[in-house]
Design a protein around this ligand. Sequence first.
Ligand SMILES: C[S@@+](CC[C@H](N)C(=O)[O-])C[C@H]1O[C@@H](n2cnc3c(N)ncnc32)[C@H](O)[C@@H]1O
Length: 391
Amino acid sequence: MDPSSITSLLTAPGDAVLAEACAAFRPGGELKLVEQLRRRYDAAVVTAAVTQASLRHRAAAKFGAEDAARMYFTPDGLEQATRTTVGVHRAARIAGTIPGATVVDLGCGIGGDLISAARAGLRVTGVERDPATAAAAQANLAALGLPGEVLVGDAEAQDVTQYEAVFADPARRADGKRVFDHNAYSPPWSFITDLLAGTACVKVAPGIPHDAVPDGVEAEWVSDAGEVKEAALWSGKLYAGTSRRATLLPGGATVTTAPEVDSGPVGQYIYEPDGAVVRAGLVTAVAAAVDGWLLDPRIAYVTGSSLVATPLAAAYEVIEEVRYREKALRAWVRSNGIGTLEIKKRGVDFDPAQLRKKLAPKGSASATLIVTRIGRDAVAYSCRRVSTQAS
Ligand SMILES: C[S@@+](CC[C@H](N)C(=O)[O-])C[C@H]1O[C@@H](n2cnc3c(N)ncnc32)[C@H](O)[C@@H]1O
């Protein structure tokens, strides 16, 4: 994107076109809106304004409607930006450890994290190599009334010693595609590990291998509303003395230790740990929390004899074991009048959508089928989802 498609909207006439485009914007109606506005305004400004209106509409899910309506985006910048819930959590940890710290955000994008950090009272400098994205980040701080500066430049060329903490959220995209290997990040992994020798917080993909995390650095896996969003690496003054952590937003429940827990036969309840707990390798923390045990030492299902309120897992009451054979499962679906069938699986290789199709659920009842492996055997349990919220 050309930086002028952001900066042209920051002038009073550009802002008026943007306001009109946002007020009239309807998803799918972009072409018509461009056509209407072009009758009265400059074509380049109209295109920029309608693009922003569309991006603001999409951004509401990440940033909330109120902030999104005032912010500026590039398409890639929006795609890669940290959602507010997660950014606020991270910024609060930095501000709680080093209040009012000077923080440089290396590769700040459109400023998702920068905004959360500035709101947490941190004194922020963003560095972004893409001029249009940097223009959006600077405009976002201004639009939200936040202090801070954004520099256009290469993260690797910055003198980071002048800041109390470094934040980085390396780009995980190349040629428009998502990159899963941390060795393909930009700035590169070697630069990131150097940063982690000082006081730093680095956002990484949740699939980061445990053995890629340097010694003396904490890896925190974060989920939001049950969906794993990211991992963050914490070093230096931000290291809290633990190597792994799972944090569950929006409540903020956090676990850091995996106690020794036995495995044993299925109890009245099966607990499915939150994905952040699973990724962090802290499943036995769930077993300890619900006074339960593992179904199998290598599989992330916990079982127990009582229903215990916990934010760490979803729970299912076990109705009966069903033979893991298509014929037996079909008979179970038919005899119980099951029409809505949720299939969960761990450690067994099959496609739940295909199995559901084969079982042809038609009735009015609903059920959850949990398929897993105990030792070498695949087992299936007919279950009913129950709440794990404290009453
Ligand atoms: C994942 S995005 C950052 C998103 C940001 N944390 C947010 O919440 O909006 C990564 C950004 O780093 C920038 N980037 C990648 N390599 C860079 C480098 N060497 N120097 C400066 N910026 C870089 C990319 O242009 C991209 O905008």
